[in-house]
Design a protein around this ligand. Structure first.
Ligand SMILES: *Cc1c(COP(=O)(O)O)cnc(C)c1O
Length: 341
């Protein structure tokens, strides 16, 4: 009894193919939970698309894909740090391209592997990693195999920012420019400006860009009638009304009900979110499980592998063995099964 992702293989692969066709130089990203599919599955799809390079987040993910038989190149997106032993070992792996985000690290990398394959990341308005424009002159590549510059833009990346940074970087050391988060149209313009010497890393828009091809379902494990005031669950709270307790597969072990923090713009918004959090703690928050066509509240906070839901009224709406739709955040959900149909 499981939480299942069902993929309409033909529809999904048609989308992957058409996206890849629109984005010459596409570098698919396979990291974290593999956007719900698992990184290994994504690597197989990348090979099927005939693309010979992929990007991962961290050294461990690169090692796992190499162990699983990926035979193309792998870019590690998190910047190399001296204390990361695995990332340091992978500097000597011919298929791995490491990201360097501080000019000083280049010296340390050269000491480990004089001809390591590297990209150098430039700091963008994201303010995450990368050398500042003013530090670009300190980037000394020596005998390293330079695989290009990396520009990681905010979610709605700006062509103007990418162009400005890329011009500053390539004036110092010519090479490819790998960007992320430009619209497809902007990326095509960017690539033209740089004579085709550009690539774009994409995860979400590629893997999750055809939502109609993806169905997420939970199995109903149990259904019990309950009377108003009867105690239930770990926390022995009283049922708010007469109705039913429905146990569905899918809980914290799968990442169910882990909401993404909402970007906070104002203090007022923050306070509103805190107030909502208090409601959640009282167990009255809406669950992602739809029963009878509507999302139902949790009867109590979800458990490791299952969730207790509450259905008010005389009809339970579901029976043991039914499969019900569940809305999953794909980057935080571990499915028990991924089924291609
Ligand atoms: C994760 C990541 C991407 C892909 O992000 P999506 O929003 O999933 O497309 C691209 N570039 C870098 C540097 C990343 O870390």
């Amino acid at each position: 009894m499981t939480l299942t992702l069902t993929v309409d293989a033909q529809q999904w692969r048609t989308h992957l193919r058409s996206f890849a066709d629109q984005v010459p130089g596409l570098v698919p990203v396979a990291k974290g939970n593999g956007y719900g599919f698992g990184n290994q599955r994504l690597a197989e799809e990348i090979a099927r698309l005939g693309i010979g390079v992929l990007a991962v987040g961290i050294a461990e993910e690169a090692r796992d894909l190499l162990d699983a038989g990926w035979s193309g190149d792998i870019v590690i997106l998190n910047p190399w740090r001296p204390a990361d032993e695995l990332a340091t070992a992978l500097l000597s792996e011919p298929r791995v391209i490491s990201t360097i985000s501080r000019a000083d690290d280049l010296t340390a990398v050269k000491a480990v592997k004089a001809d390591a394959r590297v990209q150098v990341e430039v700091r963008t308005s994201m303010q995450r990693h990368g050398v500042l424009t003013g530090e670009i002159p300190q980037v000394e590549l020596g005998g390293l195999r330079f695989e290009g510059w990396s520009i990681h833009l905010p979610a709605t990346g700006s062509l103007a920012e990418a162009t400005k940074l890329a011009q500053a970087a390539t004036a110092h050391a010519p090479g490819e420019v790998w960007v992320s988060h430009l619209s497809v149209a902007d990326y095509i313009r960017f690539r033209e400006q740089f004579d085709g010497q550009a690539r774009m890393r994409v995860g979400t828009r590629l893997w999750l860009g055809a939502p109609a091809a993806l169905t997420t379902t939970a199995d109903i494990l149990d259904v019990h009638p309950i009377r108003r005031g009867d105690q239930l669950g770990y926390h022995q709270v009283g049922a708010p009304k007469d109705g039913f307790i429905v146990i569905a597969s899918g809980g914290t072990a799968h990442g169910i009900a882990l909401a993404a923090p909402v970007p906070q713009r104002t203090l007022r918004q923050r306070l509103v979110t805190m107030a909502t959090g208090a409601l959640d703690a009282a167990g009255r928050s809406l669950s992602p499980f739809a029963l009878g066509g509507k999302k139902r509240p949790f009867a109590e906070p979800p458990h490791m592998h299952s969730s207790m839901l509450f259905v008010a009224g005389p009809d339970a709406l579901v029976a043991v063995g039914d499969k019900v739709p569940v809305t999953c955040r794909m980057t935080t959900t571990s499915f028990d099964r991924v089924v291609f149909s």
